[in-house]
Design a protein around this ligand. Sequence first.
Ligand code: G3P
Length: 218
Amino acid sequence: MKIFLDTADPDEIRSAAEANLIDGVTTNPSLLAKVATHREPREILLEICDQVDGPVSAEVVAEDCEEMVEEGRRLSEIHPHIVVKVPLSQDGLRACRTLRNNRIRVNVTLCFSAAQAVLAAKAGATYISPFIGRIDDAGHEGMDVLSEIRRVYDTYHYETEILAASLRHPKHVREAMLIGADCATLPPDVLHKLMKHPLTDSGLRAFLDDWERAGRQL
Ligand code: G3P
């Protein structure tokens, strides 16, 4: 499964990319706004693209199809890694088809149902991003929606990749892996939590204590 980092923070991206832990990055207007207080968004996106050898999703902020296509074209010119993110609205799906006809990769975001995911696939989406945590927030089962999308895409052989998004904790990531999401995008704190296990910590402590007691040198 591909792991993307869900942030626009170049420092977080650099440290994860150094260990080759991530296959790409996803951003959205909220994440970009957090780091673009004193810098041009375009400059930040370029810095991110230079750090990662994989897709970097950058989202349009227009709501009308023609403007989305125009913004999408401009975003895609920033760097070959850019994947244009559009919302799952009627205009967003039309923009998706136009961008795909122009060989620009598209991530259709804000997906909350399998039926929406099918429409995105028909519009030629490269990725579909179901928002698992936000479905849970609304009192439903995000993982049920993810399973349905997996089943429907497999049944009809859609090539769109499922990018599990709005993952809030390691259990979400584990479940997304087991369901067979093609990719999962994780906020940096979730990636950090995935590396941690209390048995790793206690095991390491015991090894080092034994070594110190033995007074040997490597
Ligand atoms: O990848 C989408 C993500 O940024 C949304 O996450 O936690 O704001 O629902 P969240």
